[in-house]
Design a protein around this ligand. Structure first.
Ligand code: PMP
Length: 427
């Protein structure tokens, strides 16, 4: 029977046992960290050969470009062709840039804020109030970046197929200050959902008061499958080209969690017109990206299939950690009705939803027992989860053994916090 339905004496008895389990766990004096969506060192080892993939002998790109020198603002053609195939984007619309897609998102928003978009009726976004839609739970750095650039963050609920379109329609139909929406289309951070083609088309077809509304399509996990069968990556620019709003999408991606975070290659893609717009504003800021690093990636992978094979090696290391969390949460919390959790087919995160009002208590209990979790609320604009219920779990970085221990400890915290909350409610 679900905990909430038990009579008070049973919950009281449960509190004692939850307390004991928690104290036993805390007494082990562990120090575990499941906050960060970083690859484990075994995953980084997969890219060991990247570090030596360009030498004094092989620094020329296949088209003869001397990668050691300035130039080539778009990035190496052959790398754009490789990732263009993987992301279903023509190489002419894909720019390979520096080490961070977040930087490219920032640049796109800054260019639009200072100069307006390429749309005829667009004025600089910063000339008036500007808002951005934030499906929740979402990625805290998206929210933080937009906030830092002066956007008001507007929360939008989402389901398993993407953002709630009724909410999106209501917010965009009349208000021209709503300039865009964050979307992590595949294995979203942190829920792991994948946006359906139908929902993507609804976003493309959306009538918006802003003439220059954009979908910030962050394909950070588009290649990060964990289980078969998995959904196909959406050809979003193809769908946009076939829609009445071909310029609505700015796509971002990077190899941060494919090769080396902080030392990978980031990509921007858009319609031909918006790619020109981005390039035009990028041009005064750079004499060209790090082509040596781009060539390293080209040599290391060889072909798009090389990237796919590499991603399978990641999955082999990461999937057992996801399965461990899912198994332990099911064992410890399965029939209590006090938590649900996602079992994504890819990506980097599991979302744990606990009894409303208890997420911050769970995080605090866990910290005191030696398990560091992302602060409650981090998945929502301004760090405020109105239900105080969502906890993001990042199982990739610790070892499998540590992940198992952390999940066990976390479950004890969830149980204890739920018992406390139910007894407080009834008292
Ligand atoms: N987008 C999402 C959804 C992410 O989860 C992350 C990394 N946590 C990033 C972007 C950051 O990407 P990059 O390293 O390319 O800046």
């Amino acid at each position: 029977m679900a905990l909430v339905d038990l009579p008070r004496p049973d919950i009281e008895a449960g509190l004692e046992s939850a307390h004991r389990a928690y104290e036993e766990f805390a007494a082990r004096g562990l120090s575990l960290d499941i906050t960060r969506g970083k690859p484990g060192s075994d995953q980084l080892d997969l890219s060991a050969d990247l570090l030596t993939a360009v030498t004094a002998e092989n620094y020329r790109a296949p088209d003869g470009t001397d990668t050691r020198n300035y130039g080539g603002l778009d990035g190496l053609l052959e790398l754009r062709e490789m990732f263009g195939e993987l992301f279903s984007v023509p190489a002419s619309q894909l720019l390979a840039q520096g080490n961070s897609s977040l930087t490219l998102m920032s640049q796109a928003l800054v260019f639009a804020s200072l100069f307006g978009t390429a749309d005829e009726d667009s004025v600089p976004w910063a000339s008036g109030p500007r808002r951005i839609l934030c499906p929740v739970p979402g990625y805290d750095r998206h929210f933080g970046l937009a906030e830092a650039l002066g956007f008001e963050l507007v929360t939008v609920p989402q389901d398993d197929e993407g953002p709630d379109m009724d909410a999106v329609r209501a917010l965009t139909a009349e208000d021209p200050s709503v300039k865009g929406i964050w979307i992590v289309p595949m294995y979203s951070n942190p829920t792991g959902i994948t946006v359906s083609e139908a929902r993507a088309k609804e976003l493309l077809d959306l009538e918006t008061a802003a003439p220059d509304f954009r979908i910030l399509w962050d394909n950070a996990y588009g290649l990060h499958h964990l289980r078969e069968p998995h959904a196909a990556l959406l050809d979003i620019l193809g769908l946009a080209a076939a829609s009445s709003r071909p310029d609505r999408v700015w796509m971002f991606a990077s190899t941060s969690k494919i090769t080396l975070p902080g030392a990978g290659v980031a990509f921007f893609a858009a319609s031909p017109r918006d790619t020109d717009w981005f390039r035009k504003h990028l041009s005064p800021t750079s004499i060209g990206p790090d082509k040596v690093n781009q060539l390293r990636h080209l040599h290391f992978f060889g072909t798009p299939d090389g990237v796919r094979a590499h991603m399978e090696k990641h999955a082999a290391l990461v999937l057992p950690k996801f399965e461990a969390v899912e198994r332990i949460l099911a064992e410890e919390l399965g029939d209590l009705g006090i938590a649900t959790w996602t079992a994504p087919n890819g990506g980097y995160f599991i979302t744990l939803t606990v009894l409303p009002g208890t997420a911050d208590r769970v995080v605090k209990l866990a910290a005191e027992a030696g398990v560091k979790l992302t602060p409650a609320g981090a998945t929502h604009p301004y760090g405020l989860d109105p239900d105080n219920a969502v906890i993001r779990i990042a199982p990739t970085m610790p070892s499998l053994d540590e992940v198992e221990q952390a999940a066990r400890g976390l479950a004890a915290c969830v149980r204890l916090a739920a018992h406390e909350a139910l007894l407080a409610r009834d008292s």
